[in-house]
Design a protein around this ligand. Structure first.
Ligand code: ADP
Ligand code: MG
Length: 686
């Protein structure tokens, strides 16, 4: 049983404004543009005898039986009309449902018809349930359904949106002439038609977003995106960056570092390095993303770029999203560059005051390169002369965080920005989503890597797997055991990880096992990672904190518990932690017994493909670009309604209009972009 301000697990919900913010709903305009993601037809009632499995239907009937199961916290009822009976099931429920579904009550239900879970007949799970009063009439129009979050009901959203529609000045920024030549309907009418469909509206047109009203809104969205792309490009064109020359001298840091590497750069690394130093030679600040599969060797290239900056008398900064990863970079940079007398500083949020003060002083005076976490972008950090900002795993940072590392140079120069990402976004998509970014791709792995062999294992075989892994460890293997994220609850995460940890210790008493999770102190983390890197610890049980960037080449086995709960890209990231040494690596994706069809499909893809770009493509097909990228990753807010491919024709038209507005300094450009993207202001200010 759940109440309004609690979740299913009894946790308290964040305040309303926070919940709304999660949906991107802050300003009135956000509500106006929070368009339904689907519609349902509640204008008619289907006799129970005519119901078809798989269809969304509305029925009316009388409750002839009901049953509450306290143990399972579920509620069931049987509802009959003149033609038949259907079972209604709630797996968790608001107390009010007991009243609505009390014996002999008349109800109207809307939901998906399914074949009953046990036994014969039909059922609906969690249908929309309403008491049927004597004067209940059927709605005349299609009902919009809005994307929402826990604790915000459709009814509340509908009312709030209706109010916003009255409060906001929805003036049409397109002139009559522009509208006609683009064959678009008026803005106000289009928005009204989508929130409050007319009785004549057809479900399929609204559902498939082919209605003229949708065309107008998609166009407007694309127009806003195109305006942002242009504006950010213009701003960058006006700023000055430090032009850096590639040194000829063999005694330069860049050359010495390159020559000291124990391997030769792959062809792809060479190509990307060339793209980077060529853009760093320009006085237009670089804004470049290196995409490369996990293990493709992005870090070396980033270090080379840092050397180039240092050779030119500038500082470089390297920011990573987690302590663990930042520290690994720090150590690697020390190994690589201290032999040449490079001065390296370390900044982290968890540093002691004195240590931090010294680090800040060094950053302001003599540090050549600064490595750290978010601590790098705090107010107190003043660089002497930052020439290159490197952001690893850039998708972990928001746009503003990325840009604030770039900051402004004391001399008025904007540092070059280099971002690294292992989440491969297909190039065309990157070009249209990332604001004004150049993309370099490392599409080749260093030689000698053996592709990881992936096996799917049922969770029922966990004990067997633990034993098999014990045998491998005795033969020299090191193992990551990844426990899943449990629905946003770090506490439950930890419980699950701890259980697994205890079970493994019990089954493999002679093997050194450690547990890593987000709650351990940073000293603990360092110690645990050191132990694992050096091979003293054989098996590392961990929540997903190891997801990014960690590099322990001897680790050749990974178990991912409840792999079905991870996204494809995330699974691939995780798997990228192994297969880095010379031996054959294995990944065991363990799945639970509640595997959905898409879950199955995802795991099958994961098993069959090792190629990050292939995986990204699949992920994109299965989830669509919105979810795939996540708005934090893209520099430009994502398209919610238009689709770059399907609405190709509109993209072209939006591009032309954006061009002409921006070129003519038309004030409508900013006004329009602001309606759509609240962050636009921040973005351009950054
Ligand atoms: P990424 O950050 O792209 O996941 P890293 O830069 O961490 O990858 O590189 C993975 C491993 O491969 C590191 O141990 C690195 O030293 C090594 N490596 C990088 N480039 C090469 C290369 N050209 N040949 C051999 N090994 C390489
Ligand atoms: Mg990396």
């Amino acid at each position: 049983m759940i109440t309004d301000n609690q979740t299913k697990k009894g946790q308290k919900l964040p305040p309303l404004s926070e919940r709304l913010k999660k949906l991107g709903l802050v300003r009135d305009w956000d509500f106006v543009l929070h368009l339904p993601f689907r519609y349902v037809d509640e204008t008619s009632v289907t006799p129970i005898a005519d119901l078809v499995v798989g269809e969304d239907s509305q029925i009316e009937g009388v409750v002839i039986a009901n049953q509450e199961n306290h143990f399972k916290k579920s509620f069931e009822a049987m509802v009959s009309d003149d033609t038949g009976t259907i079972k209604i099931r709630y797996l968790h429920y608001y107390p009010s449902i007991r009243e609505t579904l009390a014996l002999d009550k008349k109800v109207r239900l809307f939901g998906t018809v399914r074949a009953a879970w046990r036994g014969k007949g039909l059922e609906m799970i969690h249908p929309k349930t309403r008491a049927l009063k004597a004067d209940s009439t059927l709605p005349q129009t299609l009902t919009p359904v809005y994307s929402t979050t826990e604790g915000i009901t459709q009814t509340w959203l509908q009312k709030r949106i209706t109010r916003a529609l009255l409060d906001v000045d929805i003036s049409d920024l397109l002139s009559e002439q522009e509208r006609q030549s683009l064959d678009l309907m008026g803005l106000r009418a289009a928005i009204e038609a989508l929130h409050h469909p007319s009785p004549q509206a057809t479900l399929s047109e609204l559902q498939n977003r082919t209605a003229p009203a949708w065309k107008r809104l998609k166009f407007d969205e694309l127009l806003a995106q195109q305006i942002m792309l242009r504006q950010s490009r213009e701003i960058r064109n006006k700023t000055q960056g430090p032009a850096m020359q590639m040194p000829e001298d063999n005694q330069s840091l860049t050359k010495k570092f390159l020559n000291s590497l124990p391997f030769e750069l792959t062809g792809a690394q060479k190509k990307v390095w060339k793209e980077i130093h060529e853009s760093m030679a320009s006085s237009r600040p670089m804004n470049r993303l290196i995409q490369g599969d996990v293990g493709s060797g992005k870090t070396v290239i980033a270090a080379l770029a840092a050397c180039l900056a240092i050779d030119n008398g500038f500082q470089a900064a390297l920011m990573a999203p987690t302590e663990i990863l930042a520290e690994q970079h720090f150590k690697k940079i020390i190994d690589w560059l201290t032999p040449f007398g490079v001065n390296i500083a370390w900044l982290s949020g968890k540093q002691k005051t004195k240590e931090k003060r010294e680090a800040l002083a060094s950053v302001a005076t003599d540090a050549d390169i600064v490595v750290g976490t978010h601590a790098l972008i705090q107010q107190s950090v003043k660089f002497k002369n930052l020439g290159l900002a490197i952001v690893d795993e850039q998708h972990r940072f928001g746009v503003n965080q990325r840009l604030s590392l770039r900051g402004e140079h004391a001399s008025g120069l904007f540092p070059h920005l280099l971002m690294l990402s292992a989440t491969p976004i297909p190039r065309t998509l990157a070009m249209s989503y990332l604001a004004d970014v150049d993309v370099s791709v490392i599409d080749e792995l260093p030689p000698g890597r053996k592709p990881v062999v992936t096996r799917l294992v049922s969770i029922a075989r966990k004990d067997g797997l633990i034993e098999a892994i014990g045998t491998s460890i005795n033969r020299g293997a090191q193992v990551y055991w990844v426990c899943p994220l449990i629905e946003e609850s770090e506490k439950l995460d930890l419980t699950a990880a701890t259980e697994t940890f205890e079970r493994i210790k019990e089954k493999l008493p002679s093997i050194s096992v450690e547990l890593m999770h987000s709650k351990v102190t940073s000293e603990e983390k360092t110690r645990i990672m050191d132990n694992f890197s050096s091979g003293r610890t054989k098996l590392l049980v961990s929540t997903t904190v190891i997801e990014v960037g960690v590099d322990v080449p001897n680790a050749s086995i990974m178990v991912i518990e409840h792999a079905e709960r991870f996204g494809l890209a995330q699974l691939h990231q995780l798997r990228g932690r192994i297969g880095r040494g010379g031996t054959q690596s294995y990944c065991f994706a363990m799945f639970g017994n509640q595997l959905s069809d898409t879950g199955k499909e995802r795991l099958r893809t994961f098993k069959e493909t090792n190629d990050g770009f292939e995986i990204a493509k699949k992920d994109l097909e299965m989830r669509g670009p919105g979810e795939f990228l996540g708005s934090r990753q893209s520099g430009v807010p994502l398209l919610r309604f238009a689709d770059i491919q399907r609405d190709n024709e509109l993209v072209e038209k939006a591009r032309q209009l954006a061009d002409s507005w921006v070129r003519n300094n038309d004030p409508r450009a900013s006004e329009h972009a602001n309606r759509w993207f609240e962050t636009v202001g921040n973005y351009l200010d950054a």
